[in-house]
Write a protein that binds this ligand. Structure first.
Ligand SMILES: *Cc1c(COP(=O)(O)O)cnc(C)c1O
Length: 395
């Protein structure tokens, strides 16, 4: 693979420190590099491949759509987008959806919808948005502006203005920032990149209450934690707290680039209208055929039920590492979105695992992140544990 990597390093912009692997193909829970080495995939392309790699029924749908129609633009309707919109709004209980090409774009649309709602409410143009420290919402300017990690933002200042950061799971820190200019409160239901922090139920309920009282919109970012990963199609569905706006992406297309933001109630009725927002590719037939098929396959294969059954097995396995090794301090997470907090940098552990045929990733320098395909079985967890324990022991 050395030659391929050398060509890559000559021509690609150096925005990633990549692992020295060129993947060639995938099958279920496994990836194969161009030299034929097999890897167990507990990373799923950053929580994307919920159904694993090369899922035949899904692949066939994509192929059929390629042969039929790829793109027409949003000047017209297309059947896959109609199907995907109906299924996604019905499954989420949200009223309306706008399809994007990525998670960051879904965040951009959500922020615009929130500002437009507040603008229609009071005619002002100086509204504030409250986001959380340690949050991650994407790399475009709007999404970066609400990302609570100064390191990602610094070189690119100024960000879009009027953003405040509160502390996740600290309601008083949110209350302290709320004022008559606040138009939205934005958070990940489970923080991903920031270190796998699920929202406390009382915190989320408290925010919903503030939003209801002050006519502020609640935006939940479900881009990583949604699509069944945490044991319900969208994680807020198990909290009994419904957002006004929700973003989704990553596993929404299970490999085809697609995202969406969804709105309900007053946010759907009084925000973006014709001319306010758009996308050339957003909602194209290929991406929407994928979304539509993914939702069908979730239902047909009881994916959510499977997650609720298998997640405790993963939790128990990771808990056993905390008991056994001083290096492993704490496990936290929800469903198949788990973090193992370690006593030092996890990069050497990840490299060792990769050498031994296991793909894992970090969330912050000291946390191992487990976001496997949702179709994992106990045998995969056992296999993962074997390689991971060897790596921890050898280091
Ligand atoms: C990945 C991610 C994003 C950004 O999605 P992209 O598709 O990379 O633009 C936004 N929010 C969360 C919570 C994410 O995990």
């Amino acid at each position: 693979m050395t030659d391929q990597i050398q060509v890559a390093e000559e021509h690609l912009l150096h925005t990633y420190n990549r692992y020295q692997v060129v993947f060639d193909h995938g099958d279920g829970l496994y990836l194969y590099d161009t030299e034929g080495k097999k890897y167990l995939d507990f990373f799923a392309g950053i929580a994307v491949h919920a159904l694993g790699h090369h899922y035949k029924d899904y692949d066939d749908t994509i192929k059929q759509q390629v042969d039929k129609l790829l793109h027409t633009s949003n000047y017209f309707y297309n059947q896959p987008a109609i199907d995907a919109a109906k299924k996604l709004t019905e499954a989420s209980g949200m009223d309306r959806v706008f399809f994007t090409n990525s998670g960051a774009e879904a965040i951009e649309g959500a922020l615009k919808a929130a500002r437009k709602y507040a603008y229609l409410r009071d005619g002002h143009t100086d509204h504030e948005i409250i986001a959380m420290e340690h949050s991650f919402h994407g790399r475009t300017f709007g999404a970066l502006s609400v990302t609570g990690n100064p390191h990602y933002r610094e070189a690119f200042e100024p960000m879009i203005g009027h953003i405040q950061f509160a502390k996740m799971n600290d309601l008083s820190s949110v209350e302290a920032l709320v004022n008559e200019k606040t138009c939205a409160i934005l958070l990940e239901t489970v923080q991903g990149e920031g270190g796998i922090y699920p929202a406390d139920p009382d915190f989320l309920k408290g925010i919903r209450k503030i939003c209801d009282e002050k006519d502020i919109l609640l935006i939940l970012d479900e881009i990583q934690c949604g699509m069944g990963r945490c044991g319900s199609l969208f994680t807020w569905q198990q909290y009994g707290v419904k957002p006004d706006i929700m973003t989704t992406a990553k596993a929404l297309g299970c490999g085809v680039p697609v995202g969406a933001f969804l709105l309900q109630g007053k946010a759907a009725e009084h925000s973006l209208v014709a001319g306010d927002h758009g996308s050339t590719y957003g909602g194209n037939p290929l991406a929407c055929a994928a979304v539509s098929k993914v939702l069908d396959l979730y239902a047909e294969n009881n994916i959510i039920e499977h997650v609720t059954k298998i997640a405790p097995v993963l939790e128990k396995a990771l808990d056993s590492l905390v008991e056994k090794y001083d290096f492993c301090l704490e496990r936290r997470g929800l469903g198949l979105m788990q973090g193992l907090v370690c006593a030092g940098p996890v990069a050497p552990v990840i490299q060792k695992c990769l050498d031994n045929g296991l793909v894992l990733i970090n969330a912050g320098s000291d946390i191992l992140r487990f976001v496997p395909p949702l179709i994992i079985e106990e045998s995969h967890i056992r296999e993962m544990m074997g390689i991971l324990e060897d790596a921890i022991r050898s280091l």
